[in-house]
Design a protein around this ligand. Structure first.
Ligand code: COA
Ligand code: NAP
Length: 262
């Protein structure tokens, strides 16, 4: 359930990378139901077109543009297509990412590079293109989707942790440099989120139950993440920038991980 009204983001345009599936799809849908016009992009055109149609059938306005966030020319085309269709860009959500569980020694040079290229460079590429084409003169909001585990030393996630650490750093640098342009830049760090590709990829190496034993004793939902993203992009957060908010049921603060009964 969303607590935002259907006009919270009216007259605004939101671009969600990787918005055809999973968490990104829920974020896009939530912005749409709160009044925003939508642009979603990813590599598989058939996936984003099917999602855009689902949104349009619901009465939302959505443009799907094929794009690999690793390719600056394709990224610039997404921004240009957004401005051509809607004439503005208010909200950018850098959600596209790649992940697979693998030990450091089991990742090839190209495997490590692929994840860093998508997660970190992709976030940089889209942010820079959006800034230059629109945000620097009009202000707006950027919300990056990161992760909560990179601050320690996660096994099987060296590549993702390195990339998401970079995303956190980029979030703070962009917030500092772009604040004077009226741009707020924040990040959301999801814990294990049910019914997602991200969690499914860990089925073979974990219980597949995400952080059900976290202090709040439940796995997170895609709506939990969307709600926090919408809050950060809304006027309710108008003095918040450069922050990374963990939405993980408290997993990241429970350093002892001892299950106490209620
Ligand atoms: N374990 C180890 N290495 C792996 C791997 C795995 N499970 N999966 C892919 N790789 C390696 C590949 O072998 C390849 O390296 P190589 O060229 O040395 O053989 C490299 O990663 C790139 O793989 P490729 O499939 O060519 O890249 P891609 O750019 O098409 O895809 C990935 C990028 C690998 C991140 C792919 O998993 C993806 O598209 N993910 C998007 C969806 C996703 O990850 N969702 C969860 C988000 S949390
Ligand atoms: P997902 O459904 O696989 O979403 C990833 C999306 O990114 C896909 O739509 C994919 O579409 C797109 N994408 C991947 N590579 C791309 C590229 N090079 N260019 C453009 N788009 C690309 O996974 P998810 O679980 O919802 O994850 C969404 C975000 O949440 C990610 O940033 C992830 O790191 C973060 N996260 C998730 C969890 C979790 O529990 N699920 C936990 C922590 C953080 P295409 O394949 O069509 O390109």
């Amino acid at each position: 359930m969303s607590i935002f009204s259907n006009d919270t983001f009216s007259d605004q345009v939101a671009l969600v990378t990787g918005g055809g599936t999973g968490i990104g799809k829920e974020i896009a849908r939530s912005f749409g139901r709160s009044g925003a016009k939508l642009v979603i992009c990813s590599r598989r055109l058939e996936v984003i077109e099917a999602t855009a149609k689902e949104f349009e059938d619901e009465g939302l306005s959505c443009l799907a543009v094929q794009c690999d966030v690793r390719k600056p020319d394709e990224v610039e085309n997404v921004i240009a297509s957004t401005l051509e269709r809607y004439g503005r860009l208010d909200i950018l959500v850098n959600n596209a990412a790649g992940n697979f569980p693998a030990p450091m020694a089991g990742i090839s040079y190209n495997g490590f590079k692929s994840v860093v290229d998508i997660d970190l460079l992709g976030t940089y590429n889209v942010s820079k293109a959006a800034f230059e084409a629109w945000l620097k003169d009009h202000g707006g909001n950027v919300v990056n989707i990161t992760a909560p585990f990179q601050h320690v030393g996660p096994t099987l996630q060296a590549h993702v942790a390195a990339a998401k650490s970079g995303v956190d750093s980029l979030t703070r640098s962009c917030a500092s440099e772009w604040g004077p342009h009226g741009i707020r830049v924040n990040a959301v760090a999801p814990g294990g989120i049910s019914d997602t590709e991200g969690l499914a990829r860990f089925d073979s190496v974990s219980s597949g139950k995400g952080n059900a034993s976290c202090p709040l004793r439940r796995v997170g939902s895609k709506q939990d993440i969307a709600n926090t993203v919408l809050f950060l992009a809304s006027e309710a957060a108008s003095y918040v920038t450069g922050q990374v908010i963990c939405v993980d049921g408290g997993s990241s603060v429970d350093s002892m991980k001892i299950a106490l009964d209620a």
